[in-house]
Design a protein around this ligand. Sequence first.
Ligand code: NAP
Ligand code: ZN
Ligand code: ZN
Length: 351
Amino acid sequence: MSKSKGYAALQAKAPLEPYSFDRREPRQHDVVIDIKYCGICHSDIHQTRDEWSEYQDEAIFPMVPGHEIAGVVAAIGNQVTKYKVGDRVGVGCYVDSCRTCAECRAGLEQYCTVKTVWTYNARDQQGSPTLGGYSDQIVVDENYVLRMPDNLPLEACAPLLCAGITLYSPLRHWQAGPGKKVAIVGLGGLGHMGVKLAHALGAEVTVLSQSLKKQADGKRLGAEHFYATSDPETFTRLDKHFDLVINTVSALSDWNQYLDLLKVNGTMVIVGLPEKDTPVGAFSLTGGRRSLAGSQIGGIRETQEMLDFCGQHAIACDIEVVPIQQVNEAFERVLKSDVRYRFVIDMASLK
Ligand code: NAP
Ligand code: ZN
Ligand code: ZN
């Protein structure tokens, strides 16, 4: 065991505070990572406040959140072949899976039918609670570790591990590219990566945001069009317009309104995870043979593909770096949609 320092919520809805705990000794295939940066995902807020209790079995406290982890390899187990000490690496939303089911073998570990071991608020294969990236070190099996682009700043790449892959995966699956009209709903951490990635893939990108406050940013990030959802005209003007809508909204919103913006055969992919169920009208789907779909992060192979794609296209996240002592204020600002566009914790502040 080695001592680790981090920040934890000691119980649901409690503010995060300094917390010391043990990390396991590295096993043969483990990589010990000195965490340099960790992004603040809206999921960290949902989880530490136990907002998904209707959808998951348990919430485990003390909870050390954080699944946008970027760091440097500090030590390796004696069977590790993929990484060496000093490599720039990342860890995303999960740290293990069964490795044998059809999904795992297909590189869809995030949909493992036996058990995906989430990076925090989960139990590992031995039953111990997992603790996440708001901490100085993490120990992860090499098969669940990613290689970071070496031409981009590590801090700006940390959020690729969740926000980046969560948008890249559906954009690729539903073939966003030249000739496709794609809408990104919500310009937050996920949404801003959706704009950058969809634009880089060649699609015509529109942002649907609550107001026009972020319009100049949206255009700079790669959107050709930007509309406020507070303006009812937006829904008239864009009726039956898009091939693909990706909905990143973290709160309850009217999905029917967005479904009506799809062309015939269009798809709306839900990636935002509000606390409560959202009603959907049958007519929004039938009138246009539309699909309503969901998507959850991405597999290890696809996550590496996304990181390499970002390296090739020089795509990183727009971030605001904060010391860990400001994590609770950062949570509050995320809740007010007041972040441009991802907070990243500088783990040097833990020392
Ligand atoms: P975020 O940075 O807070 O962005 C969410 C955006 O949604 C906000 O910037 C805002 O955009 C919009 N929004 C917020 N409240 C709204 C409301 N009441 N009505 C309409 N729009 C609203 O959060 P994030 O980190 O991108 O995460 C977004 C959601 O995705 C969260 O629920 C998170 O848990 C989930 N998530 C899912 C996955 C997955 O694998 N499926 C992965 C990561 C995160 P505007 O200011 O532009 O309106
Ligand atoms: Zn996340
Ligand atoms: Zn599996």
